[in-house]
Design a protein around this ligand. Structure first.
Ligand SMILES: N[C@@H](CCC(=O)N[C@@H](CS)C(=O)NCC(=O)O)C(=O)O
Length: 215
């Protein structure tokens, strides 16, 4: 089984946590962010994460992959009766916060500089693509990050921390936690901001349960 991923990518991190939780053995394939051919030859577009299960099944889409991993490797289970509503909530909770990516994106390059995806071409592809899409430079985004964090992200994270109340999304650890912790992780890379109480502990406890660190 082969796992193709970008180490910085929250969608890939969702799957990485699920793989680790289940103790599944796999070939770890870090793809350069500038490598168009590898993902395109597997699924027709440049998008990760992808798993080649080695039996003719090649799949993308993080939520589908987590579900498929649970089907193929049921023990320990990641899905319970309440998981679907929790997962639906978790999969939107972070990514729907206005400004989330503007604040986190510029910091991935330094944090993940040594993981293989941000080689020279990968760094250029990532930075130029994201800057062009937003019509703003990473330096400009970094300069306004603390202000934007205060305006939209800190209040949203505080509400999430209150909902978690020092526990997991549901009654016990589930797929929703792989998704929520992975999606949140990027904010821990942003200097000069203060995270609401409980957020860092939550991410660390998910990493601990899975036995995987996201950086
Ligand atoms: N809906 C997909 C989204 C995956 C996705 O957006 N991956 C990004 C990396 S974070 C990607 O491959 N981007 C390629 C590019 O922008 O060149 C999932 O949940 O897996």
């Amino acid at each position: 089984m082969k796992f193709y991923h970008y180490p910085h990518c929250p969608f890939c991190q969702r799957v990485r946590l699920a793989l680790a939780y289940k103790g599944v053995e796999y070939e770890d394939i870090v793809v350069s962010y500038a490598d168009i051919d590898t993902p395109t030859s597997l699924i027709g577009v440049k998008m990760l994460p992808i798993i080649d299960f080695g039996d003719g099944t090649v799949m993308a889409e993080s939520l589908d992959l987590v579900a498929e991993l649970d089907r193929r490797f049921p023990d320990p289970a990641l899905y319970f009766s309440e998981t679907n509503a929790d997962l639906a909530w978790a999969s939107r909770a972070i990514m729907s916060i206005p400004g989330w990516f503007d604040v986190t994106l510029p910091h991935y390059l330094e944090a993940y500089a040594d993981f293989g995806e941000f080689d020279e071409a990968g760094t250029k592809y990532f930075q130029e693509g994201k800057e062009a899409k937003r019509d703003v430079t990473f330096e400009q985004l970094k300069a306004v990050a603390p202000e934007r964090y205060e305006a939209t992200i800190r209040p949203a994270l505080a509400a999430i921390a209150e909902k978690l109340n020092e526990g997991f999304v549901g009654e016990s650890f589930s797929a929703a936690d792989c998704v929520l912790a992975a999606d949140m992780f990027g904010i821990t890379l942003v200097p000069g901001i203060e995270l609401p109480a409980g957020i860092k502990n939550y991410i660390e406890s998910v990493e601990g349960v899975c036995g995987e660190t996201l950086l």
